[in-house]
Each structure stands twice: as C-alpha cells, then as structure tokens.
Design a protein around this ligand. Structure first.
Ligand SMILES: *[C@@H]1O[C@H](CO)[C@@H](O)[C@H](O)[C@H]1NC(C)=O
Length: 334
C-alpha cells in the first residue's frame, strides 16, 4: 500500500511541477504564435516619404524625440544616427535623458519607483526603464541611439501608441511612440517593480526585467483582455516599415560597443530565445523522465532478477496485474 501511495505522490508532484512550468511560461509560448498583424501599421495607410499627412488624419502623439545616454557627450559612432533624426525634425522638441536627469525625473515625478530604479544591477536596466516612464509621462517618440531617421516621422504621430515588431517573436523597445498616459505604457511602468528579478545570467535578467522580453510579455497581457477601443490599441510597426526600404522610417546602425565577443554570444541568445525556450522545455521533460526512471530503480533496487523496463517503471507495473507478493515486496522497500 505504501508503495502505491508514494507512487501517486510522486506522480502528482511531477504533474504539479509540469503544470506550474507550463503556466509560468504560457505567455512566452503564446508569443510564438501571436504575430500582432491585426494591429499592424500597414504600408497602405502610410503617405509617401515626402507627402503630408492624408486628409482627415491628425497628429496625436506630441512632437518630442527622446533619447538616452550616460551623459551628454554622445560617442562619435552614434552621432551620425542622432544627427539624422535631429536634421529631419528641427520642429520637434529634443530630450536627451542622461543618468543624472533620468534619476532626477524619477525622483520628482515617480518617487514610488526610485528604489527599484536605483537598485537595478545593470545600467542598461535604468536606460530601459526611463524610456517607458518618459513616454508614459510626456508622450513622444523614443529612439535608440543606434537608430537613425530615414524620413519624417509625422505619419507615426497619428496613432495613440506603437511599438516595433521583431522577428521571429515579440516586440522591441528600441523605437516606440505614445501619447501621454497611454494605458499600455501605464501598465508597463506599473509592472516594472514586479518583474525586477534576477535570472542568474545578466542578459536574461536584463531582457526579462526591463528589456524587450519584459515588454513583449506585457504586450501579450495587455492584448489578451478582449477588444480594445481604438484609442487604447497598441499598433505595431513591422520590419518593412521599420527599416528595410528607402521609404521605411528608420535606419539601423550597429554601435561599435556591440562588437565584443561576449555581446555577440548574448545577441545570438537574444535572437534565438525561442529555440532556447524549446530547449529548456525538452530538458524539463528529460529531467522528469529521469526522475521517473530513478524512482523506479530506487524502489526496486535489490529486488530479485527480472528487471525489464516494464518492471522498472512502477506506474506501468501497477497497471499490469502484478501479483500480491510483488506488492508486498514493494511495500517493504518503500
Ligand atoms: C560621459 O560618459 C563617458 C562614458 O562613460 C565617459 O567616457 C565620458 O568621460 C563622460 N563625459 C563627461 C563629460 O562626463
């Protein structure tokens, strides 16, 4: 009897672990199938690079460009990209968020976040977080320093909020636009403290706590609550409209800081995190099978001859009509 009971306990504990694991990564799994195409900013809606806004379209997002850097001396390899955005948008307000001004802004406007902000282990987490806060607060368009502008961004001001789709999955936080107090960005800043966890590997920690993976998860949660009013929708800029063509909005420059070897490994992991997730799952299943096997071995160790595979797996044993004597043997050893 004991053996049967412990078998069930073993089985349910494992089942609970599997359900817990699937539940905790459910959003990640859904990212594999959700492509955001229903919210796409389609090329058909966009005016040509040199034409004005179509009749009846009005701008909603304020004309502000936000960028972030440690201080105000932008390294030379990014200056060209930065200048391309400044030159095309002389009528826009330009805000460069330095370490100092970012902290002052959080401290005075969002004091509830200051502790999390100060305690981030990596500076890039602060650079990620500040862009969500300034978009939620002032609205405007955030642009990473390694993104240059290829045409005026006015057509992108006619939506209430948008982000950029990355292939194969999810969204990125390198260019984003929003009106002030858009519900998506409010949800993002509200979620930041809850996602402030360490995942051992620096890259995963950054991705999951403040970076594109974090943003993609919030995106999924935001969109899974049913149909949104037009003003609350989060539109999605796809790669063609982002940077692939002469009529696309941005040009992507690679900063030289990305050329180190470890960063390349990390970039690879970022680009293949779907593969890594699947790999993680396979390892989990393998661990489960090994536990099962080990359990069977342990239970039957020292039992007389005849350890066929079927006999070593106690669950199968119980399903087959084992004799009472065998059960008693199991009970004594359990
Ligand atoms: C700005 O930050 C960079 C990188 O940390 C540093 O090398 C540079 O000296 C800083 N410049 C100023 C004016 O503080």
């Amino acid at each position: 009897m004991l053996a049967r009971k412990s078998l069930w306990i073993f089985f349910f504990v494992n089942l609970a672990i599997v359900i817990f694991l699937v539940h905790s990564v459910w959003t990640l799994l859904s990212l594999l199938v959700v492509d955001g195409s229903s919210d796409a900013i389609s090329r058909a809606e966009l005016p040509g690079p040199n034409s004005g806004l179509p009749k009846g379209k009005q701008t909603l997002i304020p004309r502000i460009i936000h960028q972030t850097y440690v201080n105000s001396s932008i390294p030379s390899h990014w200056r060209e990209a930065q200048q391309s955005c400044l030159d095309l948008h002389e009528d826009y307000e330009y805000k460069l968020w330095t370490d100092k001004s970012s902290r002052e802004f959080i401290s005075s406007e969002y004091p509830w976040f200051l502790e999390t902000f100060d305690n981030y282990q990596f500076p890039i987490q602060r650079a990620d977080a500040i862009r969500y806060f300034v978009l939620a607060h002032y609205g405007g368009i955030y642009i990473d320093l390694d993104d240059g502008c290829n045409r005026r961004l006015d057509p992108l001001l006619t939506y209430t909020a948008w982000v950029r789709r990355t292939i194969p999955t999810g969204i990125s936080n390198d260019v984003m636009g929003s009106v002030p107090h858009h519900p998506f960005f409010l949800k993002v800043i509200d979620s930041l403290p809850r996602y402030d966890r360490s995942w051992v590997l620096p890259y995963i920690t950054v991705m999951g706590s403040t970076g594109p993976l974090f943003l993609s998860i919030i995106w999924r949660h935001y969109n899974s609550g049913g149909k949104l009013a037009d003003k609350d929708r989060l539109r999605v800029l796809f790669p063609d409209e982002y940077s692939k063509h002469s009529w696309s909005f941005f040009t992507h420059h690679m900063g030289s800081s990305w050329h180190q070897k470890d960063v390349r490994v990390i970039m690879w992991m970022g680009q293949h995190w779907v593969f890594l997730t699947v790999l993680g799952f396979s390892v989990a299943v393998l661990v489960f099978l090994c536990l099962w096997w080990a359990y069977g071995r342990l239970l039957l160790s020292g039992s007389p001859k005849g350890q066929s595979l079927r006999r070593r797996l106690p669950f199968f044993r119980r399903l087959s009509n084992s004799s009472k004597a065998e059960y008693e043997l199991l009970s004594r050893q359990a």
